[in-house]
Design a protein. Structure first.
Lengths: 304, 314, 338
């Protein structure tokens, strides 16, 4: 008897020999999809993410107005049939700006995380697999980067790079890289210690082949979960940078930047503050829901 | 215990040095000539020459770093170009404000997050657990600057109960200070509360499933006492350690919160510096943040060692 | 015959899992009288621990759930009691000693704090009296220098001493029934023997009934009056300890005995050790008949379809009950008999 959960084991929950392998087959894609679908919140997250992406892609066809066109008749106009979300400080249609703003938010979330993964994954693989001084250098560097809080680093980077949406994406991506290095490295070391990797090595497979065929597929789930949750953090980061004026530059719409101007007109036009914030919240919530569901579906042991 | 301390310190120092190198190297990102960028719109060749001389800009990068790091070690973080004041002086001036905000926010986070996490672990799978998890998800997903704006809208604009912005030193008027800080502290603590709730829940679930909790129940100890006396102290170690890591998040959040509520702290200093292209100040703030973060990690390790009787007596 | 202290009637326990309900205990009935020591033997998954934890409300619910039966303790049905009333019995009239005293004692509380708890809850002692009593209890379980050790933490005690502390906690309120769940399993063989000797001594002094749960037949032989063999959530055999060892009637009991090294000296090594082939059944779908039948060479077709009742074994000592549709060959029975 191990020390785990004596009651569960005593009750025969520890899957006696001969039971159908219920827990032991996380492998097949179909099984994973079934587990994911069983989680209502994850499905809801996925649906919202999908709708937001559609909204961003088809913004020019959905938006009722040009998001940068000013209309003096609609300056801080209250929500109405013509402008359901109202007008901003120079009379632009808030709804259209929200719809176009999805491009900046989702774009920044996806691009910056893609950047972080494409830098962090190889470095983490290298550190975890090569070991020795290479691992030492990469790990110390990662520690140092992690010592600077994510958003502070992103702000500092954006400050030195200069304010623009692209630079904000780069800043956020670089700031998130260290997380992926550390995660990949830890995963690689865990997987590399497994017997099937030992066996592959013993059979004389070259290291890059072992990394590609045996290690990479096994660490993908963890990276995927982290990436999804990091997109949520990156969307908040982009909104934060734009809110501070370090991201999307006017007049192009971005939810964070919209909040920045809305702050000055709170008593006269509260709708200017409500819709962009709600949009950020919804997007972040959707990615968080989906990420949490993904984690539970990929790792049945961590179920709650 | 002493050996433990020495070992942790030996790890922290190189991390800090490396972080300072990264922060110093940031100025290489500036487009164009560093001296010109540092002086901003000022184009007086004499000033540029003076800056070039003062920051040893003609020397290679490692030498410049050595000068800078030497200064940092003596407490000299350079000079704010905009405010004509030593950066260290600015930081010392603004830091207490942010520390007060951060501590109040941490208090909010603990006061909300820990009881909620305990409750959801004890009522695992029941309605209370679902609700607590929902609140945590909300806390993690709501951008704190937006929450700040909404609170201002409600409590300042609509109800007029609390000041929308500004800061009063607690030594001038404690009540006014708290009135100004209550919204920022709540906003900042909110996201951390969600994280603390998740940490607490996970730690409590682990402990509640342990053999010694079963022993306590077998002794006839009441559920309340089992939770508070037997389980929570043993769950405290991971809660403390992980909580300390959230201080970084707290400092990040402070930048935005201070911006929304115009609190004249560390974060506001950084943002203002960013807009005034006052890069020495930006670097100074970031290095102080990193140092604080590393120190807090160290403190968390020591604290968890202090809580753990095994390490305490050893 | 006097009224039994503990009367378990048809107790059944299940655990809900994603793969369906695991039927851990499937109708267990037995009695235990005052001052009697009953050894319950079985491998992990046999339900021996779970049924005892379940009757005192100590299994996590959910996923655990009691699906039937009654448990009368001093005439009161424990399963019908409210948690609040059950709490008065746990640690009071019924004391517990758990396996692995390292994990079963709270690492963050001093030994005194842990011993004092039941004294204050059940006996209503004030802090001072409870502490004095805690010291006496450490003396009772033969921990030297008790005064100095009260304020130490569990990790400062050796494994055997920690188990003594556990026993002190179990005995603290002078229980009528002491339940020892694998109380010696995590210990070295020599320490095991010390603990068994201590319990025997304390039993003579205090006269409580003991429910000794273990997978180790050897330990049971040294301590019990009666032995009860459990498998897959059922009792397969029960009888006076000597009789079970000398005259086993169930194939599973026989298998257990044949897997036991003969430590009686003299003829050691003359007997070959046997291992029971096969694995226990999947408790999500317990077999309709005798759960041991698939692993039993002597099983009859009836064994696979119908659970045999637990009844007096023909020709055995009175009180020796067995659940079996078959008869074991004499030859094998004699082989294990001393």
């Amino acid at each position: 008897m191990s020390t785990g959960t004596p009651i569960a084991e005593a009750a025969g929950l520890a899957a006696p020999a001969g039971t159908p392998a219920l827990i032991q087959e996380p492998g097949t894609l179909a099984a994973f999809w079934r587990r994911l679908r069983a989680r209502k919140s994850a499905v809801a997250g996925l649906v919202i993410v999908g709708l937001l992406i559609l909204m961003a892609v088809f913004a020019p066809w959905i938006a009722p107005y040009d998001p940068t066109a000013t209309d003096w008749g609609n300056v801080r106009g209250a929500p109405s049939f013509v402008h359901p979300f109202g007008g901003d400080e120079v009379g632009r249609d808030v709804l259209s700006r929200i719809i176009f703003g999805a491009r900046a938010s989702l774009g920044a979330g996806l691009v910056s995380v893609a950047l972080a993964v494409s830098l962090g994954l190889p470095l983490g693989l290298l550190a975890g697999y090569a070991g020795g001084w290479i691992d030492g250098v990469i790990s110390r560097l990662t520690d140092a980067l992690l010592a600077i809080p994510f958003l502070i680093l992103a702000i500092a980077l954006a400050a030195f790079l200069g304010p623009s949406l692209v630079n904000a994406m780069i800043a956020i991506g670089l700031s998130a890289t260290s997380t992926f290095i550390r995660l990949t490295r830890a995963q690689v070391r865990a997987v590399a210690a497994e017997e099937f990797v030992e066996a592959a090595r013993a059979m004389g497979n070259p290291p890059w082949r072992i990394a590609r065929v045996h290690i990479l597929p096994n660490i993908v789930p963890a990276i995927l979960v982290q990436a999804t949750l990091t997109i949520a953090a990156a969307i908040i980061a982009e909104a934060s940078l734009s809110f501070l004026g370090l991201g999307q530059q006017p007049p192009e719409p971005s939810w964070g930047a919209m909040l920045n101007t809305a702050k000055n007109f709170m008593d006269q036009a509260p709708w200017m503050a409500i819709w962009p914030g709600l949009s950020i919240f919804l997007a972040v919530l959707a990615f968080n829901l989906f990420g949490d569901g993904l984690r539970d579906a990929l790792d049945p042991r961590q179920r709650t | 215990m002493l050996r433990f301390l020495v070992r942790r310190l030996a790890l922290a120092v190189p991390t800090l040095i490396l972080a300072s190198m990264i922060i110093f190297a940031l100025q290489q990102l500036l487009p164009g000539d560093v001296a010109t960028a540092l002086t901003g719109e000022e184009r007086d060749p004499q000033v540029i020459a003076f800056i070039r001389e003062k920051y040893h800009l003609d020397e290679p990068l490692p030498v410049r770093y050595a000068y800078w790091a030497g200064g940092v070690l003596r407490g000299d973080l350079g000079e704010s170009i905009r405010l004509q004041k030593p950066v260290s002086e600015l930081i010392v001036e603004k830091l207490p404000v942010t520390l007060e905000l951060a501590c109040l926010a941490m208090l909010v986070a603990l006061a909300i997050g820990v009881p909620m996490g305990v409750l959801s672990a004890v009522k695992r799978g029941q309605a209370a657990d679902t609700i607590a998890n929902g609140i945590a998800l909300w806390g993690l997903s709501v951008p704190n600057f937006w929450l700040g704006i909404l609170l201002i809208l409600l409590f300042s604009v609509e109800l007029g109960w609390l000041p929308a912005s500004g800061y009063v030193s607690p030594f001038e008027s404690l009540s006014e200070n708290l009135a100004a800080m209550v919204m920022p502290a709540f906003v900042l603590g909110n996201a951390i509360a969600a994280v603390m709730m998740r940490h607490t829940r996970a730690a409590m679930l682990g402990v509640l499933g342990s053999d010694y909790v079963r022993t306590a129940r077998a002794k006839g100890v009441s559920p309340l006492r089992v939770t508070l006396r037997h389980a929570l102290p043993n769950a405290a170690i991971p809660i403390i350690t992980l909580g300390a890591l959230e201080f970084g998040q707290l400092l990040s959040g402070a930048v935005l919160t201070e911006q929304v509520f115009s609190v004249p702290g560390f974060g506001k200093l950084m943002v203002d510096a960013v807009f005034n292209r006052d890069f020495a100040t930006v670097q100074g703030v970031v290095i102080c943040t990193a140092a604080t973060y590393i120190a807090l990690n160290l403190a968390a390790d020591l604290l968890s060692a202090a809580v753990n009787p095994k390490l305490r007596r050893a | 015959m006097t009224k039994p202290l503990l009367d378990v009637r048809d107790l059944a326990v299940a655990f809900d899992t994603d793969g369906g309900a695991v039927h851990a205990v499937n109708g267990v009935s037995y009695t235990l009288h005052e001052g009697e020591t009953l050894g319950i033997v079985g491998e992990s998954g046999s339900g021996k621990s779970v049924h005892v934890l379940a009757m005192l409300g100590l299994i996590p619910r959910p996923p655990g759930r009691i699906t039937g039966g009654q448990v009368l303790f001093e005439g009161r049905d424990l399963l019908a009691l409210k948690e609040r009333e059950l709490r008065k019995i746990r640690g009071g009239a019924i004391g517990f000693v758990f396996q692995d005293p390292m994990s079963s004692l709270n690492p963050g509380m001093t030994v005194a704090a842990q011993i004092v708890e039941p004294l204050r809850i059940h006996l209503g002692l004030d802090a001072r009296a409870a502490r004095a009593r805690a010291r006496e209890l450490l003396d009772l379980v033969r921990i030297p220098n008790a005064v100095a050790r009260l304020d130490q933490y569990p990790h400062e005690f050796s494994g055997g001493q920690r188990q003594r502390v556990m026993i002190a906690i179990g005995l603290s309120c002078r229980p009528k029934l002491l339940i020892a769940d694998e109380a010696t399993t995590a210990l070295d063989v020599t320490v095991q023997a010390e603990i068994v000797a201590l319990v025997q001594e304390l039993k003579r002094e205090l006269g409580m009934a003991i429910l000794w749960i273990t997978h180790d037949l050897g330990v049971v032989a040294g301590i019990s009056d009666t032995v009860q063999v459990m498998y897959a959530g059922r009792i397969l055999e029960r009888g006076p300890v000597d009789d079970i060892f000398s005259d086993p009637r169930n194939a599973y009991t026989l298998g257990l005995l044949r897997s036991l090294p003969d430590l009686s000296g003299g003829r050691a090594g003359r007997r070959r050790l046997h291992q029971i082939e096969g694995a226990p059944p999947d408790m999500r779908h317990p077999p309709p008949g005798d759960p041991f039948a698939p692993r039993n060479a002597f099983a009859t077709p009836r064994c696979r379809t119908e659970m045999p009742p637990l009844a007096q074994a023909p020709g055995a000592a009175p009180g020796h009950l067995v659940a079996a549709w078959y008869d074991l060959p004499n030859l094998l029975r004699q082989e294990v008999a001393r």
